[in-house]
Each structure stands twice: as structure tokens, then as C-alpha cells.
Design a protein around this ligand. Sequence first.
Ligand SMILES: [Zn+2]
Length: 344
Amino acid sequence: MKKLLPTSSAGSLPKPSWLAQPEKLWSPWKLQDEELADGKRDALLLSLQEQAHAGIDIVSDGEQTRQHFVTTFIEHLDGVDFAKRETVRIRDRYDASVPTVVGAVARRKPVFVEDARFLRRHTEQPIKWALPGPMTMIDTLYDAHYRSREKLAWEFAAILNQEALELEAAGVDIIQFDEPAFNVFFDEVNDWGVAALERAIEGLRCETAVHICYGYGIKANTDWKKTLGSEWRQYEEAFPRLQQSKIGMVSLECHNSKVPMDLIELIRGKKVMVGAIDVASNSVETPEEVAATLRKALQFVDADKLYPSTNCGMAPLSRQVAQGKLHALSAGAAIVRRELAGQG
Ligand SMILES: [Zn+2]
């Protein structure tokens, strides 16, 4: 019988201090050239080992080979000039200097496929791989070529599809698209955002997921959250359209957030990765706290479709805290698994 409540982390995990400065998001690499390539692979194995030690069921690369969840992918594409910078507003929240789209975007060679093969060779467990979603990608660029957010998103969707098909062939079991922008641009989500995501998964037979969150625990995000009021109902905008979509799984933020849990009802039928670990706090959850979040989620998602997870990535946390949180996630899921077995 298939194991109920398989655990996974939503995204990045901390990097070792010899590879990049710890507890810092988008930290520059400490190594260069061949040493950097070796170091990234070593860090990937270490991250895999830490996930296995914590009892995580669906493992990932911990994003050890990338500096940024969007930019690292875009760096590998044609058509984007990283030297030509413009200041734009990211997710309607903070200003940033971003690269410029100067010509047709294209993917000349695979971006993460070698890394995925490497991960596949080193574990028998199911593996999940994260890619940025089209809408989140366009939101981190200045577009001087297409001059249309939608047009650029469709171009990226086609490129993501090429990468996703090769990741699947490399043995990836779940391909996840990170779309925090789905929590901000509701009209676009419904007009073309979800459709572009469906373009990105065209022809895939593996599991597909979309991760929609309230972001890392950085100041721009915590400040933004303070403006959202006592109930965060953002998911209400995208979920009905997502429920109708071909995307198989939805990864969302639950623990310590003000998201009303009953919104999960809107995606009934989908597999749901429930965030039961707060990534914006250094305090490590107890297994019982994790279990309590999962029990609440079980009111709105069938047990065989519930995937306990973290709210978002844990790259900015210390390794010790992140490790503690992964252990708590496993232990909390185990409690609820035992309860479900008792009922059955
Ligand atoms: Zn996230």
C-alpha cells in the first residue's frame, strides 16, 4: 500500500557555509570554476543526506546549485541582457534592479537536467524538482522586446515545457512550478496565468505541482503581510481556476499564516502540499503543532491527497533550524498517519 502523507520541503534548503554565506538569501558563491561545480554537487549530496536523515519521503536537490529560484534559470536563456538593468516593482511589493529582455527568448541547452540526473543516481526515493513559473519569471524582468507580459509569459511557458520534458526523462517524479505571483496578479492569473502553466506541463506524464506562497521570511514580505489584514484570502482568487486546470498538485502556505484553511475546499480533487512549517521564524515547530495543522487540513482534503510540506523554501534559515523543522515535519506527519491507521 502507498504510504499516506508523504513529506517534502516546498523549496530551497540552506547551503553549507563553504559554498555560500549562510543565513543569507541569494548569497554569492564562495568557490569558482571547477571547485564551484564540485562544491555544488557535494552540497546537493549533503542536502539529500539531511533530508533522508530527517525522514523526508519526497526529496529534492535543496536548490543547492542555484543562487536564486528565478534568476538562475533565466541566466541560462538567450534574449536577456544581465548587464542592462532597469528598476521595476517586483510582485507589486518592492523595487529591484532587474535584467532586460532585449530579444527573442530561447533555451539553447538544458538548465537543470544534469543536476537532476545526478540527484536521481543518488536516491531511490521519489524526487521533486522546482522550476520558476512563467508569471513569476516575467515579473523579475524589464521587457524591452515583447512589451507584453502575456506574450513573454507564453514564450517562457514553451521554454519551461522543454526543460520539464527533459527533467521527466531524467527521472524526476514531480515537477513543481513556483508561482508566488499568483497571489498578487489575480486578473492575469485567470486570464492567462494558469493557461500558461498548462502550456508548461504539456505532454508530461509525471506529477505536476504549482507552489503559491507568501514568500521567504524577508523584510519586504513580512512588511507586505502586515498590510493583508486579519484573513489572507488571496488563494480564493486563483483556486477555482486551478481546480479546473490540468495541474495535479497545489503547494500552499498554512502554518502560522492567516490563510483560512477552508479555502482548500476550492481545490477539492487536487493533491495538496500543505505548508505545516513556518519558514519565517527560527522557532522549531513541535511534532504536535505540525500534526494539528495537518488535522485541520484533513477537513478539506482527502488523506490520500494530503502531502505535508513547508510553507516555502528554507534557504535563509540556519542549517540547524532547517534540519529541526524537517524532523518536526516528519514526526508530525507520523502522528497523523498513526491516527489515520487507527481509524481505518
Ligand atoms: Zn514559496
